[in-house]
Design a protein around this ligand. Structure first.
Ligand code: SF4
Ligand code: SF4
Length: 335
């Protein structure tokens, strides 16, 4: 796999990395199989988060014995110095390592987030102290709000920036990634498959790799996902004009207003698994699963019809998905 330099960190990482959010869904044993298969396949960048439930623990349990084989990145939602210092220590313990290569501030969503992180006694201070102490090697920033990320990297405090970029969502190419490139900041691409909505996965990844990014981190929780994702990079071949046209056609059919399955809207006060219901509905509407999906839906403990329209989830969704309206439709279609 082609290696690319992760900006000013100087680290050389394969252009397809391991997005470790989905291994939350695996059993402990299954996660071990997938993580080891990823390293066996040549993947050398693993990105997790404190917020991905037991993802850090699974990584620590299964591949800490192969620590020299991968660049390890994690992140935390902590905004204060005290909170971040604790999070770093927890990550080190769960990941069973004495150093984390890249520690990122997770999902800068609002201006207050950025201000709190940067001010005295903010999370950045803890990260800098951890770096001095050798607990972490580099500091990064992540989020879905391109303008705030742009402001973040302009402080010159970060070595990497992680943002969504895919065939549907091109905004990172406007100002964020070009500036990051100019400042020698590593460009990490989350949601490279548009949260699973883009069906032509290999073409979608080849499209991303054809741009000036460092590493794309599709989520993987099955060995087949690893094989499929690596098809885009071994070797990487840019899309031909006809392949580009086919991908554009798929994107045009998809539109903009779709769930990326990031999970930031959760938890729902009624216990509704919001992203899962969106997946069910997509499978029902687009993939001809009209027989099986209503049965699966019926087995869920909380249904779309349980939504009390409190709207809390919508304040958390970085993509402004009208979740309450969608719940009504899902209740009508699947109920
Ligand atoms: S609006 Fe509905 S789906 Fe969203 S958090 Fe409230 S109850 Fe849950
Ligand atoms: S509804 Fe929004 S926050 Fe929730 S998973 Fe989908 S895109 Fe993410």
């Amino acid at each position: 796999m082609e290696k690319r330099r992760l900006g000013r960190t100087g680290l050389e990482v394969g252009c397809i990395g391991f997005g470790a959010l989905p291994i939350q869904r695996c059993t402990m044993e299954e996660a071990g199989v997938v993580l080891n298969a990823a390293l066996d396949s040549g993947i050398n960048f693993v990105d997790t988060a404190r917020g991905y439930s037991d993802s850090e623990e699974k990584i620590g349990r299964h591949i800490s014995n192969r620590r020299h084989e991968y660049v390890l990145a994690t992140k935390s939602f902590a905004r204060t110095k005290e909170g971040m210092a604790k999070e770093i220590d927890t990550s080190l313990k769960l990941l069973r390592t004495d150093r984390i290569d890249l520690y990122q501030i997770h999902n800068i969503k609002k201006r207050e987030d950025l201000e709190t992180v940067l001010k005295p006694s903010g999370a950045l201070e803890a990260l800098k102290e951890a770096k001095q102490a050798g607990k972490i090697m580099h500091i990064g920033i992540t989020g879905h709000n391109y303008d705030l990320l742009l402001e973040g990297i302009q402080t010159n405090e970060f070595s990497t920036v992680q943002a969504p970029f895919n065939a549907v969502e091109l905004k990172a190419l406007e100002r964020l990634f070009p500036l990051a490139r100019e400042m020698d900041i590593g460009r990490i691409v989350m949601k490279p498959l548009g949260g699973g909505q883009i069906e032509s996965k290999v073409a979608a990844l080849r499209f991303i790799l054809g741009n000036d990014i460092t590493v794309a981190i599709p989520g993987m929780d099955e060995v087949d996902h690893i094989r499929e994702n690596l098809l885009s990079a071994e070797p990487f071949v840019p899309l031909s004009n006809s392949e580009k046209a086919a991908l554009n056609q798929e994107v045009a059919e998809l539109g903009k207003n779709f769930c990326r399955r990031c999970g930031y809207c959760m938890p729902c006060v009624q216990g509704i698994e919001i992203p899962l219901l969106f997946i069910f509905h997509l499978q029902y509407e687009r993939y001809g699963m009209q027989q099986v999906i209503p049965h699966k839906y019926a087995a869920l403990p909380a249904k779309a019809s349980d939504c009390i329209e409190c709207g809390i989830c919508e304040t958390r969704c970085p993509y402004d998905i009208p979740i309450r309206e969608r719940m009504k439709k899902i209740a009508r279609d699947l109920g």
